[in-house]
Design a protein around this ligand. Structure first.
Ligand SMILES: *Cc1c(COP(=O)(O)O)cnc(C)c1O
Length: 365
């Protein structure tokens, strides 16, 4: 048997007629950049995400807009977890601020109040919290720390659509939440997309202004803005897919439970189920000391896996001058060395999951 790490063609085949008919409506009306489809998607996404939403070009743009809306800039430090996708750090770098990397908790792969506190500097002006792999970070202590120091929290929810913390949707607890609709995310377009959500209307107004060249009145530019519009065709496809997201999320959880019950390979750490809310399993990432050996074994068995992420952010060449030095953030570094992400997507069949489990358990080490 061959099990792909991710096969988007399955969902795209299933939704072909529905998505192409949404394209036809957008096409015939010529609503390509913002417009009625974007407004309709923003309304539907707001209801799903639990706070008003602004559709933007992609998840990286969403983070950039969040940083601008919070007036972050040169001279400011922004705390960013060392183990995440690089775009979390662009939040700081795009506005000339400095990302200060903090370590993560080995159980959740997320930053905690303790790791964030250890990274605070007198220049710290904001905290980026990432709900990595679909698991909400432990927000209460983080929010208490942020409040004590008067720091806004940006929640990077690119991997955590529909995830909750003690019943509260991710992205609604900090000052601002950002989402990505890159095709591989739990909610993905057929191209690029993103969103910013916030309970603070003034902050969202700034995001709306900056999204379109800093302009609310034609050819009057009140701020130096961007072209970060969400496209109408994407909004149409995303609205179609959003209706399926709860069902897909439930299926991801089923697959995770199957992995949990089945994987018995020695020395293998499975993702923990946090008491504050189950993951939406953007990834099912295990830790294995002989990660590279296991990966080769699975590849030979026809099972696709991925390394998400093989290198911590403070060890990226682009941040060599910012650091900190190797060894300073040991959990992030060790996780990058031992993590292995298994296939998990809604269309994966039970037989395929079982084959992945059998193949893992057959690894001799
Ligand atoms: C995907 C991702 C982003 C960036 O989103 P794009 O839409 O690809 O720009 C940001 N942060 C995290 C954690 C991500 O996984």
């Amino acid at each position: 048997m061959k099990v792909p790490f991710l096969d988007l063609s399955r969902v795209h085949a299933a939704l072909r007629v529905e998505i192409l008919s949404s394209f036809a409506a957008t096409y015939d009306a010529g609503r390509f950049c913002l417009g009625a489809d974007v407004v309709a998607f923003e309304e539907a996404f707001s209801a799903s995400a639990g706070a008003p939403a602004v559709g933007v070009a992609n998840g990286t743009a969403a983070l950039h807009l969040a940083a601008r809306a919070l007036d972050l800039g040169p001279g400011d430090d922004v705390i960013v977890p060392a183990f995440t996708f690089i775009a979390s750090a662009w939040t700081a770098s795009y506005v000339g601020a400095r990302p200060v990397f903090c370590d993560i908790d080995p159980k959740t792969f997320n930053a905690t109040a303790e790791t964030i506190e250890a990274a605070l500097t007198p220049q710290t002006k904001a905290i980026v919290v990432v709900h990595l792999f679909g698991q909400a970070a432990d927000m209460d202590p983080i929010l208490a720390l942020a409040e004590k120091h008067g720091l806004p929290v940006i929640e990077d929810c690119a991997q955590a659509h529909l995830a909750t913390y003690k019943g509260k949707p991710v992205g609604t607890m900090g000052a601002v939440g950002t989402f990505s609709f890159y095709p591989t995310k739990n909610l993905g377009g057929v191209g690029e997309g993103g969103a910013v959500i916030s309970q603070h209307e003034a902050l969202l107004d700034k995001v709306r202004l900056l999204r379109v060249h800093g302009s609310n009145v034609r050819y009057q530019h009140d701020a130096v803005g961007y072209n970060y519009r969400l496209e109408g065709l994407q909004a149409g496809a995303l609205k179609v897919k959003l209706a399926h997201l709860p069902k897909w999320t439930a299926r991801r959880r089923e697959i995770a439970a199957r992995y949990r019950a089945g994987i018995t390979l020695a020395d293998t750490v499975l993702p923990q189920v946090a008491p504050w809310g189950d993951s939406v399993y953007h990834q099912f990432t295990i830790l294995q000391p002989n990660r590279d050996g296991l990966r080769e074994h699975l590849m030979a068995a026809g099972v696709g896996t991925d390394l998400i992420y093989p290198r911590a952010l403070h060890q990226q060449p682009c941040y060599a001058e910012i650091g900190p030095a190797e060894g300073a953030l040991p959990v992030a570094e060790e996780t990058a060395r031992t993590c292995l992400s298994l296939p998990i997507f809604a269309e994966l069949k039970d037989e395929e999951v079982d084959y992945v489990i059998e193949s893992i358990n057959a690894f001799a080490g």
